[in-house]
Design a binder for this molecule. Structure first.
Ligand SMILES: *Cc1c(COP(=O)(O)O)cnc(C)c1O
Length: 425
């Protein structure tokens, strides 16, 4: 446990804290105590280690990208392939860690919120693996937009609750999950999906994701790689803070966070909490940080082609590290992220998730600033198979439309639905 990166009473400089209703104070205190105990317990850490190895598939490779290195003409380009983790992204690192902790605390029921569905999917898988009851709150609008992930969550045995309040998206799902937790604190653990929310969640999520950074440090040392810069995309901040963690208290390398620049710099056009001109300090969802808020402190609409990067807030530790200058932030346009997906797919045979492609695009931009005897390491937080419903209409719109029409015809023909009935589903 790397105590020097932990919060002080839940705060990172002026950000963080625990701004919650009275009823959530006790479950949060109990969680903090149980977490600290578990991290000192050799048998808990051993069990987590075995699950990481055999179920998640760790360690994930650190891949040297020769063609990208040659074409970009500067730093050596390396890619940390988190997308090879079981379920396709880094989110499983946190979901497994928190579910194992909940089990140790004697909880039988897990709840979580999800927006795009990636955190819900990882949590549902972790619950299936560990034999826990799982309920996922998801805005009704997102349920409709993200059917492939809803289908997967249900296959893992989770109940997906469509939230019909407010704008029927992520923030309403967070509120609903919080209400459930407040009503059932003894039986239930609430799994936060990113390194944000009230203390102790930012510390817990960073700890479970820091396995990424520790592996990178070891892999680079073993292979004599001199790291000039590390680049990660930043939604709530879990993959980036976990990737950066072992390097935060060192002067080098440069640590760079790539935010969603959407279609432009103005309010409503992006989700840039550190670099955007609509960003300000605020308190929302139980913590103090940088948010995209209106004059009344209400969440502003955000925009990004990548569903995992469009939350209106950023984890408090990253907000503090941005302010101190240890982490640099840049924003990447939708168009640049799409170009990066295409660049790494064609030249390296690696399909980035749209989120992760923001980190890839940032690396493309700075490659020439770093000398050729040093490396840029890109965290590929997830793989891009899940994005085919978004990338295909952009890269090959007519063929995709033809496919969808053909699918509807096939299903309306009724054969598959008839087969399902015959098989008793
Ligand atoms: C959810 C998600 C992100 C953004 O979340 P962070 O907490 O900032 O890591 C990034 N990449 C992928 C693949 C995701 O699923």
């Amino acid at each position: 446990m790397n105590s020097n990166t932990y919060s002080t009473k839940g705060f990172f400089s002026q950000y963080g804290g625990k701004y919650v209703a009275e009823v959530l104070s006790r479950p949060l205190d109990e969680l903090e105590a149980a977490f600290k105990e578990a991290m000192q317990d050799k048998s808990f850490l051993h069990e987590l280690e075995i699950i990481r190895r055999d179920y998640i598939g760790r360690e994930t490779p650190l891949y040297f990208a020769p063609t990208a290195t040659r074409l970009l003409g500067g730093a050596q380009i390396y890619i940390k392939l988190e997308g090879l983790a079981n379920t396709g992204a880094h989110k499983i690192n946190n979901a497994i860690g928190q579910c194992l902790l909940a089990k140790r605390m004697g909880k039988k029921r897990i709840i979580a919120e999800t927006g795009a569905g990636q955190h819900g999917l990882a949590t549902a898988a972790a619950c299936a693996k560990l034999g826990l009851d799982c309920t996922i709150y998801m805005g009704e609008v997102d349920v409709r937009r993200q059917q492939p992930n809803v289908a997967a969550m249900e296959l893992y045995g989770a109940k997906v609750r469509a939230v019909t309040s407010g704008s029927r998206t992520l923030k309403d799902a967070v509120n609903e999950a919080m209400r459930d937790w407040a009503a059932n604190p003894d039986s239930t653990h609430y799994v936060s999906g990113s390194a944000l929310g009230p203390a102790p969640f930012p510390d817990i999520v960073r700890e479970f994701q820091s396995v990424i950074g520790r592996e990178v440090k070891k892999q680079a040392a073993e292979r004599g790689i001199k790291i000039g810069a590390m680049v990660a995309c930043v939604g709530g901040g879990s993959n980036s803070i976990g990737f950066f963690e072992p390097f935060i208290n060192e002067k080098e390398p440069r640590l760079i966070g790539a935010e969603a620049g959407g279609i432009g710099p103005n309010a409503g056009e992006n989700a840039s909490r550190m670099t955007g001109n609509a960003a300000r300090d605020g308190i929302l969802h139980g913590y103090k940080s940088r948010f995209l808020l209106d004059e009344d402190g209400q969440a502003l609409p955000t925009r990004s082609i990548s569903a995992g990067l469009d939350y209106c807030g950023i984890g408090p530790q990253l907000a503090a590290l941005g302010q101190s200058g240890r982490v640099e932030f840049t924003s990447i346009l939708d168009k640049e992220a799409l170009e990066a997906v295409s660049f790494f797919a064609k030249n390296e045979g690696i399909l980035f998730a749209l989120e992760s492609a923001h980190a890839g695009a940032a690396a493309i931009k700075i490659a020439k600033e770093i000398p050729s005897d040093q490396a840029i390491i890109i965290n590929m937080s997830g793989r891009g198979d899940k994005d085919v419903f978004i990338t295909s209409p952009v890269f090959r719109p007519q063929k995709w439309l033809d496919f969808l029409h053909a699918e509807i015809e096939r299903l309306e023909g009724g054969k598959d639905i008839h087969d399902a009935n015959v098989m008793g589903f």
